[in-house]
Design a protein around this ligand. Structure first.
Ligand SMILES: C[S@@+](CC[C@H](N)C(=O)[O-])C[C@H]1O[C@@H](n2cnc3c(N)ncnc32)[C@H](O)[C@@H]1O
Length: 238
């Protein structure tokens, strides 16, 4: 399954119906153009667009972008541009994205610690760069299912150090800000299975379903606490 198919399937299953936006307090204010790489259903793009900023959301998933466009109010839509492309494919990106953006951001988007993904990002970045990276975390349901099915708990590769090092090697001075989150997720069995398929890509979906069903024990909704640490990596172009 390709990256696009995997994410399309994810967005089809967890269809977003909420036109979410984000608080932009603390973000640079002198910004006229933004590129969000791996924008998903577009919350950040819509937030910048609502300020009259030309906001481009790029994602490998066509399904995510269809939902993003559908969730965007007509008044904001003229400021939004949605681009379907795989950031790892230089040709695909170059075919759609030209020039530079005041701010280039990615929140849990593609991995920028390997290959030329970060180099490419920097070529489009005029002033500010921001990456939200996953540092580590645990989910009660994922831990229970992994234990029951003896699934290898995939080593969470910390990309933070590698990304920050690459930025420094290219003359940036990144700052790193950690953010901790702890939430109880309440999901149906199919939603948990979709979530777990992403964490355990090698597991049999039928085994995951059976395991989650056992945990849910006839309840329509299963609750599981998730604790996650993220890091914001921020820099200004020299
Ligand atoms: C964890 S989601 C985050 C979505 C959104 N940024 C958010 O914060 O809600 C990761 C997103 O990155 C996209 N993505 C993953 N690999 C990608 C790639 N190689 N090129 C472009 N987008 C990618 C996925 O389709 C997905 O929408």
């Amino acid at each position: 399954m390709t990256e696009q198919e995997r994410w399309d399937r994810y967005y089809r299953r967890s269809r977003c119906t909420d036109a979410e936006t984000m608080e932009l307090d603390g973000w640079p204010t002198d910004v006229t153009s933004v590129l969000d790489i791996g924008c998903g259903t577009g919350a950040l793009v819509r937030s910048w667009a609502a300020r009259g900023v030309a906001a481009t959301g790029l994602d490998v998933s066509r399904e995510a972008l269809v939902q993003a466009a559908r969730l965007t109010a007509p008044a904001v839509a003229p400021y939004c541009r949605w681009v379907q492309a795989d950031w790892y494919r230089a040709d695909e990106v170059a075919a759609h994205i030209t020039g530079t953006f005041d701010l280039v951001v990615s929140m849990m988007g593609p991995d920028f610690s390997t290959g030329d993904a970060l180099e490419r990002l920097l070529t489009y970045c005029k002033r500010y760069g921001r990456l939200l990276l996953f540092v580590g975390g645990d989910n009660e349901v994922a831990v229970a299912v992994a234990r029951e099915l003896s699934l290898p708990q995939e080593a969470v590769r910390t990309t933070l150090e590698m990304t920050a090092k690459q930025l420094r090697q290219r003359g940036m001075i990144p700052t790193v800000r950690h953010v901790d989150e702890s939430v109880v997720l309440s999901r149906s069995v199919p939603q948990w299975v979709s979530y777990l398929e992403r964490i355990f890509p090698s597991a049999e979906p039928s085994a995951l379903t059976a395991s989650v069903q056992r945990l849910a024990d006839t309840q329509p909704t299963l609750h599981g606490r998730t604790t996650v640490t993220y890091a914001w990596v921020e820099w200004e172009m020299p």
